[in-house]
Design a binder for this molecule. Structure first.
Ligand code: NAP
Length: 461
């Protein structure tokens, strides 16, 4: 039987229970882990290695042969070897002719080489059918069976039949293949595992910047100022009081920043009179990470809830209440109930509870499993209408907390206003502009623009 006919036999659709032999070049971490998983899934595995000695690390049902011998036993060869060593494949080009070569390799840096590793492999062995796959799955996850978080396997290649064969193997291993198209997509697939939370970068850096700013702001106002003017040591505020100021502020500002780009986009569209011109890059990027901004905001809101719950057991708070009570008792003073204060306090708490409840609801609906089960209109209703309601409630919660202290000169220390006043700037701007945009004179043209109408059409018939 000649070489090509044996390939055709191996490439025929897998109808019987018996699976085709798969060859893996390289007995390193990834080769062994993949071999182990394949044997578990019923594939006979043969390793191609520089050393044919088997070791206890190699799956015991697998054969270890030289590269040339192993390649002849299978139609699919998985190259579990780093790109730098691909040169050894050139002398094997004749044996590899017509075989499906699966490139699983990753690089150390994004766009490290001018062409992807898979394209490089295709250039080295022009007669082979190269398919890119498995590079986003780790050896550890394969070996330990903890693949829950990374079941997706991106697959790309120029030969449809070869790609289908690899996708069948992916499915047989209990993973989900995602066809990414031709081998041109390989570079992107190779860059994918090297990305470091791309959508989270902006929200996290922004949060860190805001935390640093508000921390020093509160430190100056609440710790350094009383120390300088009243010789009081409130340095312990750093542990709970200051974090419990920063968390709600960040939650509110970040929530407002989720809705600010939408408002800016509306203004830009109204000004341009069309939706067919691209937004500036910074606005596009900002819009893409709104979900992450919202989730970071929710994390800060949750921390604020936790910090607030422990307020009654704080030594400082207990001391303050008891010393006030004792002083009143000693002076034989009584304090009538101040209904206005009671109203303010209860409304402040009620607004906070409702705002946090809706905040959590927004977070839940952003989970893929939930958002996939609602239609577009339902999703927009929750994220837009309930989102704005959450912003209104949380802004009102902060406004009521401030009460009439906004106008009191004692709220200003070294001309610095209380920190919650600063937190209201962005949310109030967003809410006011949104309110203005609701007016029919602006809402109607905006709706028309979003439906495709143009004030000055670029392409008139
Ligand atoms: P590894 O542990 O270093 O194994 C690489 C294997 O390549 C070696 O065991 C060796 O096998 C073979 N090899 C080394 N030098 C060679 C040479 N000069 N000529 C021919 N063969 C040579 O690396 P690995 O972690 O298994 O990674 C293998 C490939 O899988 C890489 O391209 C990597 O990017 C990719 N990958 C790895 C992971 C992971 O989690 N480790 C995840 C996704 C993708 P023999 O001694 O049997 O010849």
């Amino acid at each position: 039987m000649n070489k090509n006919s044996s390939n055709k036999m191996a490439m025929a659709p897998n109808t019987s229970k018996k699976r085709e032999t798969v060859c893996i070049f390289g007995t390193g971490d990834f080769g062994r882990a993949l071999g182990h998983k394949m044997i578990q899934s019923g594939y006979p595995v043969v390793f191609g290695s520089r050393s044919t000695q088997t070791s206890s690390l190699i799956p015991k049902d697998a054969e270890v042969l030289s590269h040339a011998e192993a390649a002849q036993k299978a139609a699919i060869i998985i190259i579990a070897i780093h790109r730098q060593h691909y040169n050894f494949l050139t002398p094997l080009a004749e044996i590899l002719h017509g075989k499906v070569l699966v490139d699983v390799s990753n690089n150390l840096k994004t766009n490290q080489y001018p062409e992807s590793n898979a394209e490089y492999l295709a250039q080295l062995v022009p007669g082979a059918k190269v398919v890119k796959a498995f590079n986003t799955v780790s050896a550890w996850a394969l070996q330990s069976g903890t693949l829950d978080a990374s079941r997706q396997v991106f697959v790309c290649g120029d030969d449809m039949e070869a790609k289908q064969m690899v996708m069948d193997i992916v499915r047989a291993l209990g993973l989900t293949p995602l066809d990414q198209g031709s081998l041109l997509a390989a570079q992107e697939i190779e860059n994918y595992p090297l990305q470091l939370f791309p959508m989270w970068k902006f929200p996290i850096l922004l949060s860190l910047g805001l935390i640093a700013f508000f921390f020093f702001y509160c430190l100056i106002r609440d710790v350094i100022y009383p120390y300088v003017y009243e010789n009081k040591d409130f340095s312990f505020f750093i542990a709970i009081s200051i974090p419990n100021r920063i968390c709600p502020i960040l939650a509110l500002i970040l929530l407002a920043l989720v809705y600010l780009p939408g408002v800016l986009a509306a203004i830009i569209q109204l000004y341009r009179g069309t939706k067919y011109r691209r937004f500036p890059d910074w606005l596009d990027k900002w819009m893409l990470c709104r979900k992450q901004l919202g989730l970071v905001a929710l994390a800060f809101a949750s921390l604020h809830v936790l910090y607030t719950l422990i307020i009654p057991i704080r030594s400082f708070v207990r001391w303050k209440i008891s010393s006030r009570t004792i002083s009143k008792a000693l002076n034989n003073e009584t304090e009538p109930l101040n209904t206005t204060n009671a109203w303010l306090s209860d409304s402040y708490l009620a607004l906070g509870i409702l705002g946090f409840f809706l905040f959590v609801l927004l977070g839940i609906t952003s989970l893929p499993s939930v958002s996939n089960s609602v239609n577009w209109r339902e999703f927009r209703f929750v994220q837009s209408k309930l989102g704005y309601l959450t912003l209104i409630l949380c802004t009102a919660h902060t406004l009521v907390y401030g009460g009439n202290r906004f106008l009191s000169p004692s709220s200003y220390r070294w001309y610095l206003p209380n920190v919650y006043m600063l937190s209201l700037i962005v949310p109030c701007i967003v809410l006011v502009v949104k309110f203005v945009l609701i007016f029919p004179c602006l809402d109607k043209p905006l709706t028309r623009i979003r439906q495709g109408w143009e004030r000055n059409p670029q392409y008139s018939e």
